[in-house]
Design a protein. Structure first.
Length: 319
């Protein structure tokens, strides 16, 4: 089966004119078609399969093949991997330089990622761990986030470290709780996510007839979309922890009229800071949307990390 062509609304993955031979990068590489080749999550911990152990060993061997590349925190997940790669040190002191147009350099991030993917594929096929000898292991591309400062580095390390627990909380929580019109879950869902920093409604957000907006409605822009949609009657699905706040009169009215569904997919017994619960809400939106709209994105922020886990074939529109 042929791979689908790249969708026109997908933002360019690589930063134009950036020198990928210096600095630090948060890298995500997805398996082709979301195949869960590398193991499974058990009680919030990743249990590697034989193929997962190949993927782990090849990542650890990167510095041996690329002396300028150093690896930091990483994790192998069932259908993707996350890792931090640094060039010329991991202390944020490396200067960023503009790339020379049309002049690729050996040892750049793309070369490292490509060599890693090839090594994993060879190792898996050599051991007969794929279903067919020519089964493609990886999606054709990879996702990178430029790590711009120490705070971002700390956040990304935590994101990687807690990724198995987050995945378990989002995908294996059992039966969610609902309040409102459950028939909204049968509608095509447009996921709307936005980083903090902007508090205006994006003028280019278009909700198609018969679609419901799915979001945690956490950031200022998301909350404005929520309030505006309550007024104009757009169907809404609100992902949130159960009972965190008493619903307002407008929320109760929307529930009674069948225009709003509250979904709580997380066990009340799960203890975690609000930041972790925000990650869970956004990951749930990512996993259940038919298409995704990003109202505002802080490059290198937590939403940027979360988007690296999106299905590579999903339609994502950046406003």
């Amino acid at each position: 089966m042929r791979m689908k062509e790249a969708l026109p609304n997908r933002a360019s993955i690589r930063k134009k004119g950036w020198d990928y031979t210096a600095g630090l990068y948060f890298v995500t590489i997805n398996t082709k078609g979301g195949q869960a080749l590398f193991g499974t999550i058990v009680n919030g911990r990743m249990v590697l399969s034989d193929a997962g152990r190949v993927a782990e060993a090849c990542w650890q061997e990167i510095p041996a093949h690329f002396p300028k590349a150093q690896i930091d925190e990483f994790v192998i997940m069932p259908d993707h991997m996350h890792g931090i790669v640094g060039f010329d040190g991991l202390d944020m002191s490396s200067p960023y330089k503009p790339a020379q147009f049309g002049k690729p350099i050996a040892g750049a991030l793309g070369t490292v990622a490509g060599a890693y993917k090839a090594a994993v594929s060879r190792g898996i096929h050599r051991r007969g761990l794929a279903c067919q000898a020519r089964t493609a292991i990886w999606h054709r591309n990879y996702w990178d986030v430029i790590v711009r400062d120490e705070k971002a580095l700390a956040n990304i390390r935590n994101y990687i470290r807690y990724n198995p627990q987050n995945y378990d909380a989002v995908m294996n929580v059992g039966k969610p709780r609902f309040a409102g019109n459950r028939a909204l879950m049968d509608m095509p869902m447009i996921g709307f996510l936005a980083s903090r920093g902007k508090d205006v409604i994006p003028s280019r957000l278009v909700v198609k007839q018969g679609e419901a907006i799915l979001s945690g409605f956490l950031s200022p822009m998301e909350r404005l979309i929520f309030q505006d949609s309550l007024k104009n009657g757009t169907p809404l699905i609100w992902v949130k922890p159960w009972g965190v706040q008493e619903p307002t009169a407008s929320v109760r009215c929307a529930i009674e009229e069948g225009r709003l569904l509250i979904v709580s997919p997380f066990d009340d017994k799960i203890e975690a800071p609000s930041a972790r619960r925000a990650v869970w809400c956004n990951q749930y939106v990512l996993a259940h949307s038919n298409r995704l709209v990003i109202g505002h994105l802080n490059r290198g922020g937590m939403l940027d990390c979360i988007l690296s886990e999106a299905n590579p074939e999903m339609e994502i529109k950046y406003l």
